[in-house]
Design a binder for this molecule. Sequence first.
Ligand code: M6R
Length: 366
Amino acid sequence: EKGGYEHFMLKEIHEQPKAIQDTYRGRLLRNEAIIKMAGIEDNMKKFLNANRIIVVACGTSWHAGLVAEYIFEDLARIPVEVEYASEFRYRNPVITENDVLIAISQSGETADTLAAIKLAKSKGAFVFGVCNVVGSSIARESHAGAYTHAGPEIGVASTKAFTTQITVLTLIALRLARAKGTISSSDFRQHLLELEMIPGKVEQALKSDDLIKNIANIYKDAKNMLYLGRGFNFPVALEGALKLKEISYIHAEGYPAAEMKHGPIALIDENMPVIVIATKKGHYEKVVSNIQEIKSRKGKIIGIVTEGDVQVRQLADHVIEVPESLEALSPLLTTIPLQLLSYHIAVMLGKNVDQPRNLAKSVTVE
Ligand code: M6R
């Protein structure tokens, strides 16, 4: 059942090219240059008239929501707020009939996310679900939705659910951008083309496995790790840190790279590995100067870079390359080495990768 892999997590990491493809298949029609999603078409007015989109989710799904915030605002120019479902529901939030709430949940059973939906519905908001499990509670409670087609995710640490959530949300953002006219037809076509190239590029990124294993071996005994990223890749830094915490029990924090100087930089010394997402286009020069700041404090730098990168390679202790893509799509690639890094560290430390202590696959308690 693990398809020849040692753990479900590793199998699921490797399933991502197919899972992403399954998620856009039938929706992304490149020859016609359209995106077809019934849940969006049927409710187009609600989306176009929305004052804002509120995303509610927990854990990794919340990170996918943060990536979506950057994509929606950039492409479709719709204001987005991303909320932890648990905080949102308990703080007497301002919700109106002109709000669209997108709930993201792999399992579709997360109690706080479900409760947040019910609250939003009671205030008259339109609720759109992005779930992986067909017929799940959140899918049923939503007014409309779009499934991720990741297939069953067994490992407690979410991997393919994350990348397929980003895929669905990207499709939605592109569809809305087209309807609103905030994207030109040539840009739109280019995004479709590039999105179709993502599965092959994920495949390519997975080939760094041996290199990542070596890096894992060097840093597996670290007590702390810092993950930094900017823009679209800031949430990827958060997700990388969560993956490491969950399965290897090493303390890790994700930060927007520019925030480092407001506090976390005090932590940096020769014992602190810092994973920096430094792909081209994503404020590259700024990230390079963040890397210099870490280096001058003797931090160990693991750079996630674009294929062929020269500048970061000169500064970093290690670099892991991912293929080039559009900036908005880069999280689908940069997240892959981070998943593999935590996987290998956890295996080397002898941890129970698929069922980490204290965690459940779906959190149905509040
Ligand atoms: O099923 P959901 O997407 O609603 O689950 C949300 C979180 O519980 C989940 O993403 C959790 O953080 C994972 N263990 C992360 O790997």
